[in-house]
Design a protein around this ligand. Sequence first.
Ligand SMILES: [Zn+2]
Length: 320
Amino acid sequence: MTMTATTLRQSLRWQDVPLAVGAAAGTLNLRIGSVGQGKPVVTVTAGVHGDEGPWSARAIHQLLERTAMSDLIGTLRVVPVSNPLAMEADARCAPLDVLDLNRVFPGNPNGSHTERLAALLAEHAVEGANVLIDLHGGGSWCVNAFVFRNAEAPEIADAFDAPFVVDQASRATAMRGMGISGHAKSLGAKTTSVEFGGRSPDETLWARHLATGLRRALAVCGVLTLDSSLSAPKHAAILVKPTRVLRPSRGGLLIPAVNHTRIGTLVDEGTLLGTLVDPVTHESIEEFRAPYARTALLLLRPTMSRLEGGAMTYVVSEPE
Ligand SMILES: [Zn+2]
């Protein structure tokens, strides 16, 4: 890109779609960006879960800023903050109805807040998209590093250069309701979901890694030209078996034994991941240890954190 080239960010137009919220504000705007025209149409969403933080939105911004308009082939739509009230609350779900946005698609324009939000996203972001890339991530309390790979479009997931790859099929059965990517898929779109980042000293590295992955993935989708200047993938993209969540049997304080640098790595069986202690006496209640001979760390809590009983504390798997 030359210094005078117009960027995607400069050419992007924001559409403000009113969304019903609480009594004080009445409505707020769901903001959907669009740039370019024609096919293919690719939508990138972030923040469907409000506690998964600003990192994915940051990556979208970096992609828009560093990509020249001359690299655009079709239409790119972006929704950096897909669940505004949940973001405001730093919570998975909007406090108004506490529904999981990623379980209520295609939504209901006459339903509760989150159902209306899903209906707006379905109409303005998903409708007409040939590809939907849904960015999730860690959050204030965890970091993660994997992609869900869809049998229809494995090449899109692979473009993200994730340390670990999970087959979407093994996850779909566990979902109780339809998510945004499931809805897009039901309309014939290719989809992938990415789980990168979260609060840690490496947060900017992961955002940049995600921005690079997005650039590659959008070229694979055919909405951007290939960018041969991108660095080569650095991860082995290990396909893992269906994931397993390690949860504490009761509430307490987690003292981590592995930090943010271990996310996306394999550890030996029995490796201490963290210890749950009594928050008053700091007596050990239980230990979390790597359960497999080669345990893939897909999600972990890198800092001391208070846990409720049953909280998602580690997500692990093993290579296929
Ligand atoms: Zn999520």
